[in-house]
Write a protein that binds this ligand. Sequence first.
Ligand SMILES: [Zn+2]
Length: 425
Amino acid sequence: MAKKKPEVEPQEAVAAEYTVVARRYRPQQFEELIGQESSAQALMNALSGGRVAHAYLFTGARGVGKTSTARILAKALNCEKGPTPHPCDSCAICRSIATGEDVDVLEIDGASNRGIDEVRELRANVQFRPSRGRFKIYIIDEVHMLTTPAFNALLKTLEEPPAGVKFIFATTEVNKIPVTILSRCQRFDFGTIRTERIAAHLKSIVQKENREADDGAIALIARRAAGSMRDGESLLDQLLSFGEPVTPELVHKLLGTAAAERIAAIAQAVLRREPRVALEAISESLAEGVQAGELLDQMIEFWRDMMLVQSCGPEAPGLTNPTSTLQSVLSTANLDAVLAGLDILAGTKSRLKFSTFPRLLVEMAVVRLARLDQILGVGDIWGMLQSGGTPMPAAERLATSIGSTPTATEAEKKKRLSRSPAPNL
Ligand SMILES: [Zn+2]
């Protein structure tokens, strides 16, 4: 099996110059793993108790620390002063593992070594003793890419693991791993990393690099990273490479996105049924280089946030926009309109993929959104005619809006929601 080239990942290869910073801050000890404390602690306990398994499976989204953890575990097992939960980071073995060049630690990319022949080669090599370390350690990244015959061949090795061999598998798609393999691995699930923790880490990098970055810009990068520390670091690297202080404007320029205030202004305009104002804001954004698709994604995020705040209150988890920006818009919104709006935006998103007129689709979405109140009004009357009841009085409808204390019971709310017609997409 061909050894994975050290340290070259596709997006890093493109921006090799930028990634120096991210690589320099790669965690080197279990204690430095951000957001994966429980896995780190369990591995440290196994090391100090001498209960290290033959095979591990690290699962989780990309950029959350699976490969970093695998390398730290490899160091911990083979460090000249180990096995230890605290590898020394100064011996020759620790240093060569950290750069991905150690002879006994083989990092293999499962995507490009997925066949039976590669696994056969691996099985033949497994028999040889490690050159200088205590263990021969195979780190197989993207292991879900292996073919079925390759998995079967690998299973034979896992069934009778030679002494002195450890396997660490990493995958983003654990559902594609055969049960027979799963049952022979100790599994660790790596969760996505919370936005605040990514932001704190990025901020510390900026300080260590003696550079300047606005807190708002850091928050934007961290939200954009969507739980992946590596994505956050890559983005920060690119921004630092501009050689100027990192501001929200710079982040938006690099990403082709609009400022949160602009998105809030569009939302405000459609909720006030002022399509002209919203269309002007879209036109200005596009003229400034914002991509129509990005703009739509940002609008979806904003509407989603409005739904979350209306359903869970201002402390709703997972908000992507600042609460202050949301609150200013929400006083004019009602949950039915927000839900119907999300339907329109999501429908536009799926159509955008196949369209050569992204701008037109976004504009149509905005005009539809601005007419929602009228559509909902008709829906209420239709619901009344259907049920023989009375339409919801304006005052009661107002009570369901965010600013006021909801007085309606859950059942009543459901009834109201069911009255809103599915918008015509
Ligand atoms: Zn060491």
